[in-house]
Write a new protein. Structure first.
Length: 112
């Protein structure tokens, strides 16, 4: 009986922790969307205009952007920035216009 109560308590605590993580991720999603768009644009300019390696482009990021990951598509001259399971944005290099972010395809936020 005692072991069963402990298991129920642990299960409940785990469910509360998962729910808290879900709601926290939802609350910071707009900031992460903005951050990934900024990171993609900056990294694209660094990579294709500055001719630097993608690893060196991280030095151009603002503090707090550590969770953002970068990937490079040299064939398409595109840099993608993403936070796993939450947000992803890309920027494409155009010789005339420079690095252009992809259009936002997410759900627009409603202002209160």
């Amino acid at each position: 009986m005692k072991a069963r109560q402990i298991m129920i308590g642990l299960g409940t605590a785990l469910l509360v922790l998962i729910a808290a993580a879900f709601f926290y991720a939802r609350s910071i999603t707009p900031q992460l969307e903005l951050g990934t768009g900024y990171a993609a644009r900056v990294a694209c300019a660094c990579r294709y205009i500055g001719n630097r390696s993608l690893e060196s482009c991280r030095a151009d990021f603002e503090p707090g952007m550590e969770p953002i990951r970068l990937s490079d598509d040299p064939a398409g001259k595109t840099v993608t920035a993403w936070v796993p399971l939450i947000a992803s944005r890309s920027a494409h290099y155009d010789p005339v216009l420079g690095c252009q972010p992809e259009p936002f395809r997410g759900t627009a936020l409603k202002l209160r």
